[in-house]
Design a protein around this ligand. Sequence first.
Ligand code: URA
Ligand code: ZN
Length: 352
Amino acid sequence: MTLPLIDVHTHMYLPRYMALLRQRTKVPRVVSRAGGDRLVILPDEEADTSTSAGRPIGGEFHEVSRKLAFMDQHGIAVSVVSPANPWIDFVEPEEAPALAAQLNDDLEAICAGSAGRLLGFGVLPLQRPETCAAELRRIAGHPHMRGVIVGSAGRGKGLDDPDFEPIWKAAADAGLFVFIHPHYGVGHGLFPDTGHAMMLALGFTFETSIAVALLILRGTLQRHPALKLLIAHAGGTLPYLAGRLDSCVKNDISKDFGLAQPPSHYLRQCWFDSISYHPPALAALEAFADPSRIMFGTDHPFFRPHVGDAVLDRTTWPVPEENLQALASLSPARQKAIAYENGLAAFGIALP
Ligand code: URA
Ligand code: ZN
């Protein structure tokens, strides 16, 4: 079955941000090499021999025409584009609010010029939490912005950082999505010399799982039932572990979190992308989540296929294909819901 697709997990480094990464001599940075530019952004990436060369980065990361070419090649009608990790985490606090606003305005302009193909998630200057609610309200006035992407680590103190409370309130009041996405990983000291594989497969997903679980246990989704959280990578591990989380919270003799409902109740308030690569994992997400809150994603332009730049835009990327193959394990009605119907409804999209 060929489905029109709405891609809710797809990234860009905006040109202004690329220029910043190119200037830097420390991680995160873009290094120019004879064989092509390399992206070095992950913690310890430069120190570990298996990852010190980073990953190849080309125009597919920062050129709008390349995003549109990828979308055309893969039957994606509309993409909700988010800046990629590590966002502006490394920027000095006094510079972050202005930079966030510039990047959000840049993305709005790109989306406005895309003839309905692109919508956006902005960034927040998390190192200055007291400025974030105002930036959210400003973004809410941008016709093509649908929310913000927020790293699972927050400003290094997790998402349950008490100073973030105004962020959740402002996002809920404005009806904007908060897309929770990993960057730092957890446990990477435990798996040296494993390339990017363990970090991206397990480090990333557990980082997200821990951050969202804590947000729930501290009552954020109880206080803000209208808050729209979109959780990356099919919820990390949470659809699979939700029952264990409920049981461990209920049977803990040492801590009462004071929640009116089990954690899974609040987790079910969330939205999820379908990036799982595996029918059993997608089945767990399907069995757990609100059926109207699972939406297709690609994670483009990460996991670039090993082909030359000249043919990249005419190549079918294996990773989105793996996601589509997993989707094909569901009924036709559920495939349609995840591929585009849920995205159309969630983001108020009229197909171009
Ligand atoms: N690798 C990253 O650094 N980010 C992603 O979103 C996916 C893979
Ligand atoms: Zn991603």
